[in-house]
Design a protein around this ligand. Sequence first.
Ligand SMILES: Nc1ncnc2c1ncn2[C@@H]1O[C@H](COP(=O)(O)OP(=O)(O)OP(=O)(O)O)[C@@H](O)[C@H]1O
Ligand SMILES: [Mg+2]
Length: 395
Amino acid sequence: MKITVITPDNNNAQSWSEILHSEPAFEVTTIDRSLRQVKLELLGNNPDMLLVETTSPEDFIALESFASAHPEIDYVLVGADLSQAFLLRAMRAGVREVLPAPASPEVVLTTLRRQLRKRSVNPGATQQRGEILAVLSCKGGSGATFVAANLAHLLTLNGARRVALIDLNLQFGDAAFFVTTEIPTSNVADVAHNIARLDTELLRSSMTHAAKGLWVLAAPDDPAQVADVTPDHVRQIVRMASKMFDYVVIDVGRALTAVTLQALDLADRVYPVLQLTLPFIRDAKRLSGVFRSLDYGPQKIHWLVNRYEKSSQFTIDDLKKALAIDHVLTLPNHYEAVAASVNQGVPVQVIAPRSTIAHALRELAKEIAPAPAGAGRGWLRRVFGSKQPTVKGLS
Ligand SMILES: Nc1ncnc2c1ncn2[C@@H]1O[C@H](COP(=O)(O)OP(=O)(O)OP(=O)(O)O)[C@@H](O)[C@H]1O
Ligand SMILES: [Mg+2]
């Protein structure tokens, strides 16, 4: 594990790096300056973890913007301010653990060893690859983009986890607009044009920061750019994203093309979205034939009925019989909450957290990635004890 130690305190720089050098699994670089004086070039050696001591509010602001620009790095923070507000901000910035200053070399070593262990046992940790989820529309207008975008938002656990939303609906993709009002300045076709120099920095800077923990790689503006993106580009982009993020959610759209099939192949789980009406069920049957021919088993395919209403003419049992499956997920119909969310470009969890649709999406996110999050929660519990702050709407 490559560790970069950044502290303005010369004594700490020396004693921490001395003790960390005693651990053969660590490759240590030390910078004895405060973070705000450090240039981004330090990432030349691509550290896996930064051990940062912040001694002023300006340093901490520098850490927040640094962490937002580099979600692929894990952060351990040493700071004197242990107020609840400070710790929450640290958690939201993606800090894995906060150590009270002054931190002895022994405490630093134990903490970083613990982080090393976590990275090797937790498949969600960035050292391992993040899970890849593909959301696919059985037919236009099923709600696949709404589901993909809001699931991605909820999987961040309010910023405690890092999630990428990638829009592969190359002709008419609109996923970014479901979670942010920011206009994307770059998109998947731009990354494809620069694929020869693809690295974490290029990918991150091509994404739109939509919310705490959520980055979106938007679809091209121009439908003609569809031809610029090949399956090989998609493979490289998705693999790179899965190294940087805990979850990668792909809006596959409704077309089955070489590009979207590549995304489905890479996915750990595929969520085909449909509604309980005959045209959708017909296309779902066709799709299930495609999945069979691709050898996608039931662990991979998770059928999802959106806009579900009990009064519907077709029942879930009808669908199970038609597709010869045992399990179907459902999300309720909720016109007002969803319309407000999509019209304003604000996740439904933010705009209508008490709605039945927000509740059902939270349950789905929990099933995919059970809380508590790996990130941050352990040290928060230790620091706050029973007064641990809850993640809004998810506890
Ligand atoms: N659970 C829901 N309750 C009410 N309305 C919903 C629900 N889910 C989606 N919608 C509505 O359905 C419309 C279509 O949703 P969305 O754009 O996500 O579908 P899609 O499958 O991505 O469509 P496309 O094939 O065009 O990409 C949205 O305008 C949204 O308002
Ligand atoms: Mg869509």
